[in-house]
Design a protein. Structure first.
Ligand code: ZN
Ligand code: MN
Length: 484
């Protein structure tokens, strides 16, 4: 296949949103929506004379991820200073971790097995670091490439991040999506992050083709956008090569609204970050005892949950996998399954029409109003023949976006049935007038009456009362006969 020669490596930044406080100070983590520069203290502002103190919970969460991704843990956590000068970084260094200068990252040499097109594939994990998030720059008169100036907000500064780096084992945008989908499912099952929060999940993608320069696409905010950015880069780099050009090594920015990558800077050499161990932060020992404790608290992970879904609910591998790859969907499935026992029917509803509407409305799991009770009720009404599958499909978007109760909805439908004779008579007259030939035919052929009734139903979108309509059509035809 043409994708051979494409090498993709991913660097994923994930905020540990389940933490209550930042990585090195006690500022809260719920900075979103707060006025700029109000969620700060001397530590996360990097003022002189302050001392950072590690959030131990962050270390435990990171160990969980290391174990889930089959990594080799270091026996101590060493923090280093990564120096660079940029307005989002008040100290002019980021507290991070490093593989070198006698220092090690939290863990190394892991892997994640994914499934693409029915085939298993292993993506190696190079390393995982714990580091602090920088502040956030905003671009009031455009975007990073066009704004005349930028503003800086340090509310995010010091939020705990995991940096997960893969080897360049990925060869297609589709593989990248499969890898990230599974990775996110693992992180969510561990209960350490909610990637639907703005900025909680950012990916840098490295991509090179056939030995050309390595291009790094920075700050991609969703799995879908990673796939799009990679597809775009493959096309862009191929067309350069096709014209006899050489792909330069550079850093590019993903413009998610235009869906293109834009050059930010050309890289000549590796940046020199002048790493050195942070003298303010003594190394933390990762004891066997701590690892054992974390292991005992590990929740069920996706691979295990898929197998359990197949066994416990009799689902096939496909349905089980689709559900489990979206943790909240798998949780919803299990809640409905407690109330309604046709498990395959629940799975089918959730992975087809339900998800289609969730995507259509662009809802995050938090915005979905459907409760397990209402979904179970909907399926029961279907089983009892009270509603048809057509009505299920009609009610579903109302349930998802507004939490409508299906019984109320049906009642309301009955209430809105049109029984007003005068109103209906006018429609009947109009239809007889417009369909004179069919009306004359109906005078001698009783079957043609149904055609006219059908026209009334169509015009009222099925809301006209059928027996009143039939009565009125007969009455109006009788009048037509007299006139004749
Ligand atoms: Zn702080
Ligand atoms: Mn980083």
């Amino acid at each position: 296949m043409a994708e051979s020669g494409v090498k993709i490596g991913l660097e994923i930044h994930v905020q540990l949103t389940a933490l209550k406080s930042k990585l090195f100070c006690s500022c809260p983590t719920d900075y979103r929506g707060k006025p700029p520069n109000t969620n700060i203290c001397p530590v996360c502002l990097g003022l002189p004379g302050v001392l950072p103190v590690v959030n131990r919970k962050a270390i435990e969460y990171a160990i969980m991820v290391a174990l889930a991704l089959n990594c080799k843990l270091s026996n101590k956590v060493v923090f280093v200073r990564k120096h660079y000068f940029y307005p989002d970084l008040p100290k002019n260094y980021q507290i991070s971790q490093y593989d070198g200068i006698g220092s090690t990252p939290l863990c190394r040499d892991g892997y994640l097995q994914i499934r693409v097109n029915g085939k298993n594939k292993v993506v190696r994990i190079r390393r995982i670091n714990i580091e602090e998030d920088p502040g956030r720059l905003t671009y009031p008169t455009g975007d990073i490439a066009t704004s005349r100036y930028s503003l800086v907000d340090y509310n995010r500064s010091g939020i705990a991040l995991l940096e997960i780096v893969t080897e360049p084992d990925i060869h297609t945008p589709q593989e990248a999506r499969a890898f990230l989908t599974k990775l996110v499912s693992i992180l969510e099952h561990l209960g350490i992050t909610d990637i639907s929060l703005e900025g909680a999940f950012r990916v840098d993608a490295n991509i090179s083709i056939g030995g050309g320069g390595r291009v790094e696409v920075k700050n991609i905010g969703s799995i879908k956008d990673v796939e799009r950015a990679l597809s775009y880069e493959i096309l862009r780099q191929r067309s350069i090569v096709a014209k006899g050009g050489v792909v330069k090594r550079e850093t590019r920015h993903w413009d998610s609204s235009k869906r293109i990558t834009v050059s930010l800077r050309v890289k000549e050499t590796e940046e020199d970050y002048r790493y050195f161990p942070d003298p303010d932060l003594p190394p933390i020992t990762i004891s066997d005892e701590l690892v054992k404790q974390v292991m005992e608290r590990m929740p069920e992970l996706p691979d295990h949950r898929i197998k359990r879904f197949m066994k416990q609910y009799g689902l096939d591998e496909y349905r089980a996998t689709v559900l489990v790859m979206e943790k909240w969907l798998a949780d919803l499935f299990e809640s409905v399954a407690k109330l309604y026992s046709n498990y395959k029917r629940i799975a089918d509803l959730l992975i087809t029409d339900f998800m289609r509407w969730v995507n259509e409305f662009r809802l995050t799991p938090r915005d979905v109003k459907a409760t397990p009770q209402v979904l179970a009720k909907l399926l029961r009404l279907l089983d009892q023949g009270v509603i048809s599958i057509k009505i299920v499909k009609e009610i579903l978007p109302e349930i998802i976006s507004k939490g409508v109760d299906p019984e109320d909805y049906i009642k309301k439908k009955r209430l809105t049935r049109i029984a007003d004779e005068e109103y209906l008579r006018n429609i009947v007259r109009e239809i007889i007038h417009k369909n004179r030939k069919a009306a004359l035919d109906a005078l001698t052929n009783p079957r043609a009456i149904n055609y006219l009734i059908g026209m009334v139903m169509k015009q009222t979108r099925g809301r006209a009362d059928p027996s009143i309509t039939a009565k009125l059509v007969r009455e109006e035809l009788a009048r037509l006969k007299e006139e004749k």
